[in-house]
Design a protein around this ligand. Sequence first.
Ligand code: ADP
Ligand code: MG
Length: 345
Amino acid sequence: MGEPGVIKKLNEEVVNRIAAGEIVQRPSNALKELIENSLDAKATNIVITVKAGGLKYLQIQDNGTGIRSEDLEIVCERFTTSKLREYEDLKEICTYGFRGEALASISHIAHLTILTKTAAAKCAYKASYENGKLKAPMKPCAGNNGTQITVEDLFYNVIARKKSLRSPTEEYTHIMEVVGGYAIHNSHVGFTLKKFGENTDLKTPVNSSVIENVRIIYGNAIARELMEIELQEPTLKMSLRGCITNVNYSHKKGTMLLFINHRLVDSLSIKKAVDSIYSTYLPKNSHAFVYLSLELDPRNVDVNVHPTKHEVQFLYEEQIIEKIKSCIENKLLSCNSTRVMYTQA
Ligand code: ADP
Ligand code: MG
């Protein structure tokens, strides 16, 4: 028999790097956190610049509140946040962030620089971070109101991860999906995405509309077939808004953009339910474009089930899914009958 292993406490840096790798699995996860921070800071314009699918360079510039210079010292430490004070507040959290982990995580697996200015400050400040801490004293400098965060050499110290993410093109596709989704859902905010030194790939204007942004991002073939849906269900404390393509449109892959309480999430059960409705109307193995914004009583949603916050759990899932299904079915039925009438006329 072998000898038992000796148990020792991991040093803090190792613990933090492991945790960071769980939160940030690829550049698009980091970007999602950064976009959510900008939205939490009430930005109305967000510009994202990317090199090598975000692996080399990922920058996000917003015109939000900025970060107070007094806070720059600790902003990248784990569990420092301006959004949550008591555990109880989690029940009614209406900001995206609450754990104060995103910037910390990123600073453990990349070179992170913040340039920020609040409206009250006379000048901007620039600070670079490593492993949650300031690398050198922050420096006053010129800058606009708002925050610019630059993430360089993501996963430089997580060799296995770096090797598994070999295709900048694929990473850029994920980045486009995240930016596209948030731009559609937050159509009042202007989003710009570009590759460093190249022309803009995506640009939505400030105060645009959902349908207009779908047109800009996914093209007119989808936008012209969109129908708006809306549903209020006070007994389940749910409301649903969205845009779905009618039965004239189908696509091999399809798109499902699901927001629950404004978070971009995946839900296999909702996806399956939506697909099952469309399967009666669309050609075999083809799918629709579906954007759904589901709002639930925050008390019924647990956002803290997954480190990337990609999945959420909510109460009354079955009943809520039934309501979503019948809402979509009714809409499709009404447009299908119009189509039949046209062809008969
Ligand atoms: P969380 O969002 O959970 O609070 P983060 O690590 O993402 O944690 O951010 C830590 C803090 O840094 C936030 O609570 C916020 O005060 C500040 N912050 C981060 N990004 C921005 C931004 N773009 N504009 C203004 N403040 C920001
Ligand atoms: Mg955050």
